[in-house]
Design a binder for this molecule. Structure first.
Ligand code: 44T
Length: 826
């Protein structure tokens, strides 16, 4: 969750202009000496204070001391960060920036601290500023691209590029305004587009609210650029906080909104509309008094929605939702119990790798009238209704796919269905255990499947027993409704649930059998080699044999007799490789997973797979436990193997990978190994309009006549992540080619720039270069991140300007490695 509170600010000090005098010079030189001495002694706090004094008194020394000053600042900031002294940390940065206001490295680094603490907007501002100061600064670029995706989500581009949707909204708004609705509130204005439509249609007063700071600022820019500054009042707030007359002078006659996500309810539309009807809108047109003019009645665009569901079998969803019972038995299940996570995922059904099989016809799950506040309030407490649906296809029930039709008004609607050609994805509510016969969608609908083979008697009911009318208002109605459609779980047993939670990507990782098998084989090979080496050297000379045991000598099934091989898994997210290592015998594995949930999963898996408890430890728990730290061996070169998770699920190389590899190499015993030892980057040329539509507002034509593209396109990022290349709509314009090699066992051997020539195999427009990796665990064993069973997704560089090629043309790709970030350009 982004940190929405404002971070502590430091008061400005008045700085006096220093005068030349010998005493001051003396003080400067002594302080400089002290600063250097403290730096040498790693007393960064004191060094920082001395440097501040020196540079404030003698700004001429700035050039000379800037490097050491920065170094001191970063070290001291890291210490303050780990001590939780946040106010002090930001004070230091602000003092540093008073001295070096245009230092992009300091600005970027402050952004990184802000980002880590959840102040994403402010962090983005810093990265942006650093980039403006030095457009080629790779760290700031990478950081900005990362936050840009958070700040302005990619779907904004998709929606603005969806002309049909834009046009339909515009028509509906125009009709309503021309029909007499002349005071308008746009809830969740985004770029301001719907509010501007209302103004253009002639509405007398237009208000708009937007809860995201970045989007609010963008909307202000766009509205000004379109000459409507002062004619649309934009508020940076959530509609639920708005009051009459504090924020808007009086109730409005029209609310326009598109605060809906793929599951309809996820952006809180029901709660927003209940609030709007109770506080911001004029009363609705009543059937008793139809003579009331539209300007005196309230209404909403969209007028309502119809929600559809369809039961499907889909192997890809199963892979993301449930742990396969492979060699490693997994008593783990994907769950949406945690309120903070969305209870559904989203997918474009038509683009699921491996496709899907409908098990029922689409069924109408819910009809909602947004102009009827009683109905909105009653949504959570409706009577149970049972629907029997015939099974139309045979298979296992993996998920319920949900989509909706948004009725803008009586005539016009938009559909987000899987058969439509829209930018929308569908909401996917996975079934927790694929083989279960009784499945419930709790809360709003309860779906019970009794006989998978023949019929699908669905019990569809609203949650009358869960919430009474009174509680509806105090509860977050959407959260409830969301889980309503969402919480598709197995029938509750009487006892507590016997599973641990994992997210979908983590579940896919757990199911990445080929990767785990490869790792197991590669580690077994290493251990055999090390054993051979030990037997040659004799037990007392072998590296790593003189170390003190990390804990009491193990006993029981783990007791290996000879000293174990130590394996450290420093993967940043969830990883089961430490467990794989521990299951090899004669291995003591350390995992660096931090989350208690992840640790719990590993413990459970260890238990279920007969891995002795003492064979797997958690490194961070050890480090925190002072006793354990004392027991750590004095020898450093302890590790037989260190595991790095070099590629993130999103398809990018892990940040700081090369630095980590360098460090890891220093900690390996003789003959020890880093896993993987090498990764090779592959890519190809493609023509993909889909990628363009997700990347920027396309074309020169204004959007609905408004100038929006140049503003939102500032948030275009050249690298797209989480792609599924196997289903990406694109034309291949070349074969795949090797682009770069990253050698982790010998980081110095890596080149930093490489020109790769790629020959076009067909004519077309190159719009993107998708890329992926071959992960070499050792000389013989490797896995690809572009593989159906993989939990990894792929990434792509989307070109700023498409490049026309003819078959046989050669295209030169410049691939560079700066720190751990790889960039590709044409
Ligand atoms: N994504 C659709 C969801 N807001 C659209 O801050 C479809 C996703 C999608 N502001 C792929 C394709 C698609 N008061 O900027 C946002 C949000 C703001 C509010 C003030 C409120 N109560 C709210 C609630 C939300 O409204 C804007 C639009 S939300 C639309 C979500 C293309 N993946």
């Amino acid at each position: 969750m982004p940190n929405t509170s404002t971070r502590p600010k430091r008061g400005r000090r008045n700085r006096r202009v220093p005068r030349e005098d010998p005493a001051r010079n003396e003080l400067v030189s002594r302080s400089l000496e002290s600063a250097q001495q403290c730096l040498f002694n790693q007393d960064y706090g004191t060094a920082f204070v001395h440097y501040l004094l020196v540079l404030n008194l003698a700004p001429v020394l700035k050039d000379f001391a800037s490097e050491s000053f920065r170094f001191t600042l970063f070290k001291w900031a890291d210490e303050l960060d780990s001590l939780g002294r946040i106010q002090d940390l930001f004070d230091c940065y602000e003092q540093a920036l008073e001295l070096f206001p245009t230092d992009e490295v300091i600005i970027n680094s402050m952004g990184e601290h802000l980002f880590r603490m959840g102040f994403r907007d402010e962090a983005a501002g810093h990265f942006h500023k650093a980039l403006k100061l030095k457009p080629d600064y790779p760290e700031a670029k990478e950081n900005f691209y990362r936050v840009a995706n958070w700040l302005v989500e990619r779907w904004h581009f998709l929606m603005l590029n969806d002309r049909r949707r834009n046009h339909k909204y515009q028509q509906a708004i125009q009709k309503a305004v021309e029909g007499g609705c002349n005071t308008v509130l746009d809830i969740g204005t985004g770029t301001g587009i719907l509010g501007m439509c209302a103004k253009k249609a002639g509405a007398a007063e237009v208000y708009a609210c937007e809860l995201s700071k970045t989007m609010y600022e963008l909307a202000c820019e766009v509205v000004t650029a379109n000459g409507m500054n002062g004619r649309i009042k934009i508020l940076h707030m959530k509609s639920l906080e708005m009051e009459v007359p504090k924020d808007i002078p009086k109730r409005v006659s029209l609310v326009v909104t598109e605060t809906v996500d793929a599951g309809l309810f996820g952006e809180g539309i029901i709660e927003s509309l209940i609030h709007a009807w109770n506080h911001l809108l004029l009363p609705p047109q009543s059937t008793q008094d139809p003579s009331r003019p539209p300007s005196h009645a309230g209404r909403v665009i969209p007028a309502g929605a119809t929600v559809f569901g369809m039961a499907v079998q889909c192997l890809e969803i199963r892979r993301l939702a449930t742990a396969a019972a492979g060699e490693l038995h997994s008593p783990v299940s994907c769950s949406s119990e945690d309120d903070s996570t969305e209870p559904y995922t989203t997918e474009r059904l038509s683009r699921l790798p491996g496709g899907y099989t409908p098990l029922t016809e689409p069924f109408n799950a819910l009809d909602i009238d947004f102009n009827n506040v009683q109905e909105l309030e009653g949504l959570c407490s409706r009577e149970v209704s049972r629907v029997r649906l015939p099974v139309t296809g045979e298979g296992l029930l993996d998920a319920l796919a949900v989509w909706f039709q948004l009725h803008l008004d009586q005539q016009s609607s938009l559909s987000t269905g899987p058969k439509e050609d829209t930018c929308w994805e569908q909401a996917i509510y996975p079934v927790q255990t694929p083989h279960s016969r009784i499945i419930y969608i709790r809360h709003v609908c309860t779906l019970s499947v009794q006989n998978i083979r023949n019929t699908f008697p669905l019990a569809l009911r609203t949650a009358s027993t869960l919430w009474g009318m009174d509680s509806v208002r105090s509860l977050n109605a959407e959260a409830e409704l969301c889980s309503a459609l969402a919480c598709l779980g197995t029938e509750q047993s009487s006892g507590p649930r016997d599973y641990t939670m994992l997210e979908c990507a983590e579940m896919a990782l757990l199911n990445n059998q080929p990767y785990h098998d490869s790792f197991r084989r590669a580690l077994a090979k290493l251990i055999t080699n090390l054993k051979d080496a030990r037997s040659v050297q004799g037990p007392s000379q072998g590296q790593g044999l003189e170390v003190m045991p990390l804990t009491d000598p193990p006993s029981g099934p783990m007791d290996p007799g000879p000293d174990p091989f130590y394996v450290l898994d420093v993967s940043e997210g969830f990883s089961v490789l430490s467990l794989m290592a521990a299951s090899q015998g004669q291995v003591k594995a350390y995992s660096s997973v931090e989350k208690t949930q992840h640790q719990a999963v590993l413990r459970r898996l260890a238990m279920a797979n007969g891995v002795p408890e003492e064979a797997l430890e958690f490194w961070l728990n050890q480090v925190e436990d002072e006793q354990a730290v004392l027991q750590r061996p004095s020898r450093e070169k302890l590790w037989s193997a260190i595991i790095l998770d070099c590629v993130e699920t999103c398809g990018l190389v892990r940040q700081k990978l090369m630095e980590k590899a360098t460090l890891a190499r220093c900690l390996l015993e003789d003959g020890g190994q880093i896993f993987p030892e090498r990764i090779v980057l592959y890519g190809m040329l493609v023509e993909s309009d889909t990628l363009l539509l997700e990347s920027a507002v396309q074309g020169q034509e204004p959007t609905l006549g408004f100038n929006i593209a140049p503003f939102i396109n500032q948030f275009t990022v050249p690298v797209h992540v989480f792609l599924d290349l196997s289903t990406l709509q694109c034309r291949h314009l070349s074969d795949s080619v090797e682009l770069f090699i990253l050698d982790l066992m010998n980081t110095n051997a890596n080149y930093t720039n490489r020109d790769v020539k790629v020959q076009a195999s067909a004519s077309g427009r190159v719009t993107a270069v998708p890329f992926w990796y071959q992960i070499h665990l050792n000389e013989e064993i490797s896995v690809s991140t572009f593989n159906q069973d993989s939990h990894w997704k792929q990434a792509a560089v989307v070109l700023h300007q498409p490049l026309a090629v003819r078959e046989g043309d050669w295209v030169r790709l410049a691939v560079t490695l700066q720190k751990s970030s790889i960039s590709i350009s044409i």
